[in-house]
Design a protein around this ligand. Structure first.
Ligand code: MN
Length: 320
């Protein structure tokens, strides 16, 4: 019997006036990573007229890569490499921060409904200091079983391969299933696999998943099936991430000192154009950049891939 760990989201307000609230399933108390996926914020569908949409002023990252995936709406991305890109539904934008980058994210004036996922990937220590880069890819929609269509945006599955470059074996895909349709997730041996339900309900390795829940298995080739209303899900997988890292604010590092140095660099670079995190041109929000919060008074502790699966739950579907 395949064991499925079900992570239920917690609501996290992102801060600021009329701020968006997101549903966060990673990291959670029970689990830090699925493969090298280390952060999963799921949001919307939000009525932008009510929420104000997304307006994130320039802020830094290091030691991680960000993956933006939208179901509806558009977001303008600007970064310190000079990239100006529009994030659109069904197109992946991968920003590998490496040694350091800064960027802003603003929903476009034409966006009325914003709905998507913001994902982070932890970089292994050997690649944490790579030069920053930005990649975009619009994966084709492929029919992988009767009533099942997929877009593979990171890695390879069902013969569909994304060209974006990642530092550990990793998989990301959007899968849309018609009511009652099912498919085997034939991922490489040794991959952990997570399924995040966006719309509808699903059964994953025999375990019911409701809206916004993330089910994770440590065994390859689980079967994913849609509930009676169909389902749209994100499939996230990869080789288990074996290192311990410190995650704090927008930084990932091997130690407290790595993160403290990144924070100090960002604060010291305020008002300058050069430096480790560079600067973002053309952002027109209320504040020019987001200052780093104060470090806690204790040393930041590393997190590893803690969390153990629990037996599958097979109770009747519940709203969540
Ligand atoms: Mn960011």
């Amino acid at each position: 019997m395949v064991e499925v760990q079900v992570l239920r989201p917690r609501e996290v307000p992102l801060g600021g006036p009329r701020a968006m609230t997101v549903r966060r399933t990673l990291p959670s108390r029970e689990r830090s990573f699925v493969g090298a996926w280390c952060f999963l914020d799921h949001y919307g569908p939000d009525d932008v007229a009510a929420t104000g949409g997304m307006d994130v002023a320039p802020h830094p990252h290091c030691g991680l890569a960000t993956v933006s995936w939208l179901f509806s709406g558009e977001v303008e991305h600007r970064d310190s490499l000079g990239t100006v890109a529009t994030v659109r539904p069904g197109e992946v934008n991968l920003m590998t921060a490496g040694r350091g980058i800064s960027h802003s994210e603003v929903s476009t004036p034409g966006t009325s409904v914003l709905h998507g996922a913001q994902l982070w990937v932890v970089l292994p220590t050997a690649a944490a200091g790579v030069e920053p880069r930005f990649e975009h890819h619009a994966p084709p929609v492929v029919e992988v079983a009767e009533g099942v269509r997929a877009q593979v945006f990171v890695g390879s599955l069902w013969g569909s391969q994304s060209p974006v470059s990642v530092e550990t074996p990793l998989l990301g895909a959007e899968v849309v299933l018609a009511p009652g349709a099912s498919v085997e997730l034939s991922v490489p041996p040794g991959y952990e696999v997570g399924v995040l339900v966006d719309t509808g309900t699903a059964t994953f390795a025999g375990c019911h998943l409701g809206a916004a829940e993330l089910g994770v298995v440590a065994q390859a080739a689980p079967v994913l099936a849609a509930g009676p209303a169909g389902a749209r899900v994100l499939v996230l997988g990869g080789e288990p991430f074996g290192e311990e890292v410190v995650m704090w604010w927008n930084f990932v590092g091997a130690s407290h000192d790595d993160v403290a140095a990144a924070r100090e660099a960002w604060e010291a670079e305020a008002g300058t154009d050069a430096g480790r995190f560079g600067s973002v041109d053309g952002y027109e929000g209320r504040t020019p950049r987001i200052p780093a919060p104060a470090l806690p008074g204790v040393r930041l502790r590393p997190r590893g891939n803690r969390g153990a699966p629990h037996p599958p739950t097979t109770e009747a579907p519940a709203m969540s």
